[in-house]
Design a binder for this molecule. Structure first.
Ligand code: ADP
Ligand code: RBF
Ligand code: MG
Length: 150
């Protein structure tokens, strides 16, 4: 169902993307500032992953993230954009995200319709929630990335 990977730890502020996630796909993604990511942007293999994330230290919340070029839309820049499985009361552009990617779900695919992409994303969310709820998934909350910063 998922393939666990060596932990990938990423930290960056949230920047604006194309405004497509929430409006077109019903799935807002917090785009991580490419400059803050540095080498990690290029070193992280493309694909859909799940893990955990904090927003300005709040959380960790379950997360499912897209890493790559959004081939359905043919972006020219690689992005890392997590969707958090939490109901936020307002947007958090400018906040700091700490993201732990722990399991690989599937490659990014060029879908031929918006509906097909939306269906795949909903399945990714379900798969993520299931795996992150297992003892193995839950244990990741204790990762040093989320240790209180003094
Ligand atoms: P953009 O193209 O600017 O990234 P999106 O439609 O993907 O636009 O919306 C992303 C923004 O929505 C995030 O930057 C964040 O401020 C907000 N947001 C609200 N709820 C969530 C959530 N559950 N996960 C991720 N981002 C969220
Ligand atoms: N974009 C794609 O082009 N192909 C994909 O297979 C794909 N899978 C995604 C899976 C998840 C769970 C999420 C959150 C995003 C995915 N995206 C994918 C990225 C999506 O196109 C992007 O978030 C929006 O276009 C907004 O930037
Ligand atoms: Mg986004």
């Amino acid at each position: 169902m998922v393939e666990t990977v060596a932990a990938i730890r990423l930290s960056a502020t949230v920047v604006a993307g194309f405004g497509r996630g929430g409006k077109q796909l019903g799935c807002p993604t917090a785009n991580m500032c490419p400059k803050d990511l540095g080498d990690a942007l290029h070193n992280t293999p493309t694909g859909i992953y799940c893990g955990w994330a904090t927003v300005d230290g709040a959380g960790p919340y379950m997360a499912v993230a897209s890493v790559g070029w959004n081939p359905t839309f043919g972006n020219s820049e690689k992005t890392i954009e997590p969707h958090l499985l939490h109901d936020f009361k307002s947007d958090f552009y400018g906040a700091k995200i700490d993201l732990l990617l722990a399991a690989y779900i599937r490659p990014e695919l060029p879908f031929s319709s918006l509906d097909a992409l939306i269906e795949a994303i909903q399945n990714d969310i379900a798969v993520s929630r299931t795996w992150l709820s297992t003892p193995e998934g839950q244990a990741l909350v204790a990762d040093p990335l989320f240790a209180a910063k003094l």
